[in-house]
Design a protein. Structure first.
Length: 159
């Protein structure tokens, strides 16, 4: 298993950064190698990506989501096994730190070598920098989903 963690500070309020990250179908605008994402329902999506010249498809499920705080996911089927979390940290009224942690299982020689030499870390770093450019140039999110998904096995918040 390979783990990548990258952070980027964006000059937008935390709700704007979070809202944009919930718009999975916009990811090809800033994620290299992501050809398309189709949102199936509130917690499931189908991805088509190009990795090292090979096209791959997989499905993901949101396993935990709390507005303006975090979105966690895992792959549920397909060619790529991975899981991750993106967290949003309010730095000020107009600045947010976005941190992406991705755990994935490289397959084959090319992916294993790429992971060993840090190509995966460089890709996630480029993607977070492109997210910064994308959201700062727009200044506003393209949409939002503010639903709450409680992690399996945890108690829902009682307020």
């Amino acid at each position: 298993m390979s783990t990548v963690t990258e952070s980027v500070d964006v000059h937008v309020p935390v709700h704007t950064a979070y809202n944009q990250w919930t718009q999975f179908e916009s990811f090809p605008n800033f994620m290299g190698g992501v050809d398309s994402i189709r949102q199936v329902d509130d917690t499931h999506s189908h991805w088509v990506v190009s990795v090292a010249g090979a096209k791959r498809e997989f499905d993901t499920e949101i396993t935990e989501q709390h507005p303006d705080e975090r979105i966690a996911w895992k792959s549920t089927s397909g060619d790529t096994r991975h899981a991750g979390v993106v967290t949003f940290h309010r730095l000020s009224d107009t600045d947010t730190r976005v941190t992406v942690q991705l755990d994935w299982e490289p397959e084959g020689l090319v992916e294993n070598v790429g992971s060993a030499i840090g190509a995966d870390s460089r890709q996630v770093k480029k993607d977070t920098e492109r997210f910064k450019e994308f959201i700062e140039q727009r200044g506003l999110e393209t949409g939002a989903w503010r639903g709450n998904v409680t992690a399996p096995g945890s108690r829902p918040d009682v307020r």
